[in-house]
Design a protein around this ligand. Structure first.
Ligand SMILES: NC(=O)c1ccc[n+]([C@@H]2O[C@H](COP(=O)([O-])OP(=O)(O)OC[C@H]3O[C@@H](n4cnc5c(N)ncnc54)[C@H](O)[C@@H]3O)[C@@H](O)[C@H]2O)c1
Ligand SMILES: [Fe+2]
Length: 384
């Protein structure tokens, strides 16, 4: 079967990537809207980017109003500023939230109307040129054809898609990730692990996307705990930045599956950060995925050195699942209760969350097709 494979137009990565990226950013236009959050401003990351723009003679305006994960209201505000400031390209600086917002602002500014009207539409028209500069090693948004925006009226995290959402330039400078606190490092790193494992075990997997998924899983097993234990370990930070990029490339081309499908409703209703809700779900979901995905999971066990001679495929798959659970435990992932979610409230919403998970389409990409009953059972297992 033939498969289309897409990546961002250009990728500049490694130490000094921001400095080196100046020339390519300049080629994007004359005035950028920089979409970011207040933490990036406070950390001095915004200034690092504006210094490069000033040096290159590129104009800019700043929208630093992305607080938490992006909503339709934040996007509407960004579109207003983009137009009022007569910008002609976009830069997203930060974690997945500012990068996704930057993409959505580009889609709404070029397509017209509200971002919510694009749910279910393939965004395939020409958007303003876009530059993604990640500061977390997680979402891979710098390399994906997706943006995730909350529809505040419906309390649903919309997954918007289309080739127009692929950034024209991704600047991956691991120096930005050095300040990410341990909890953010853990949650975003597990988000990347989910992307790669879900992509590799997806019904839509294919060889070219698989290569990126395998490479990402190996790097994450090798370096996530190191980056979590010592944020200043620049080798670990660089490896994780690459892993997040590779994992993003893998799932943007194949797909995510049950973990992401079930994660978005938790984020929409309880405002659990995306990486954390994935991390909460991953161990239970992997046990579900394992039946029907023994072969790819056993392959991942071999690639990561977890497989032992003489194991059956099923044993190899289980060993991989066990290693993922141990990794999550070593990163002190919070439970729903520790995050402050009320069990009674959660249980009362399980049926809606299961419906929203199925409606997103992601669970259907799992090899073993989950029923609504399966999904409810996994949500319930989060309280055991
Ligand atoms: N587009 C995609 O393909 C895709 C894929 C996965 C997730 N997402 C979306 O991405 C969003 C989550 O992104 P995220 O997990 O990167 O979190 P985030 O962007 O929301 O950032 C989390 C927190 O960490 C802070 N932070 C970020 N980088 C930092 C740094 N270097 N130093 C210190 N603090 C830093 C931020 O200011 C914020 O407070 C969600 O909305 C999720 O749905 C999108
Ligand atoms: Fe994700």
């Amino acid at each position: 079967m033939a498969n289309l494979f897409t990546i961002p137009g250009r990728i500049v990565s490694g130490e000094g990537a921001l400095e080196a990226g100046g020339t390519y950013i300049k080629a994007m236009g004359t005035k950028a809207l920089i979409v970011t959050d207040s933490i990036m401003e406070r950390l001095g990351n915004l200034k690092k980017v504006t210094d490069v723009l000033l040096r290159e003679g590129v104009g800019f305006a700043v929208y630093s109003g992305i607080s938490g994960e992006p909503t339709d209201l934040m996007i509407a505000e960004g579109v207003k500023i983009y137009q009022a400031e007569s910008c002609d390209f976009l830069i997203g600086l930060g974690g997945g939230s500012p990068m996704d917002s930057m993409k959505a602002i580009g889609a709404a500014a070029s397509g017209g109307g509200e971002i919510t009207q694009y749910m279910g539409t393939v965004i395939d028209w020409e958007l303003p040129p876009s530059v993604a500069i990640p500061t977390t090693a997680g979402t891979g948004s710098e390399a994906t054809q997706f943006t995730i925006i909350t529809d505040t009226e419906k309390d649903v995290k919309m997954l918007l898609r289309g080739p127009g959402l692929l950034p024209d330039l991704a600047v991956i400078d691991p120096a930005f990730t050095a300040t990410a606190p341990p909890a953010v490092t853990a949650a975003t790193g597990i988000d990347a692990l989910c992307h790669a494992v879900e992509a590799y075990t997806s019904r839509k997997a294919f060889p070219l996307a698989d290569s990126f998924a395998v490479s990402a899983v190996k790097r994450i097993f090798g370096y996530l705990k190191r980056a979590y234990d010592n944020g200043g370990d620049m080798e670990a930070r660089e490896q994780m930045a690459l892993a997040a990029l590779e994992a993003g490339i893998s799932f943007s081309n194949s797909s995510v599956t049950i973990v992401h499908g079930m994660s978005r409703p938790i984020g929409a209703l309880y405002h659990v950060p995306h990486g954390l809700s994935n991390a909460m779900l991953l161990p239970e979901c992997l046990k579900f995925i394992a039946e029907g995905a023994e072969t790819p999971l056993c392959e991942l066990a071999k690639e990561t050195g977890i497989y032992r001679e003489g194991m059956t495929e099923r044993q190899g798959a289980d060993a991989f699942t066990g290693a993922v659970c141990s990794l999550c435990e070593s990163l002190d992932v919070q439970t729903l209760a520790e995050f402050g979610v009320s069990k009674d409230d959660f249980v009362s919403n399980i049926s809606k969350m299961a419906d929203d998970a199925i409606a997103s389409g992601s669970p259907a990409n799992t090899r073993r097709q989950p029923t609504k009953g399966n999904i409810i059972a996994i949500y319930e297992a989060l309280w055991k």
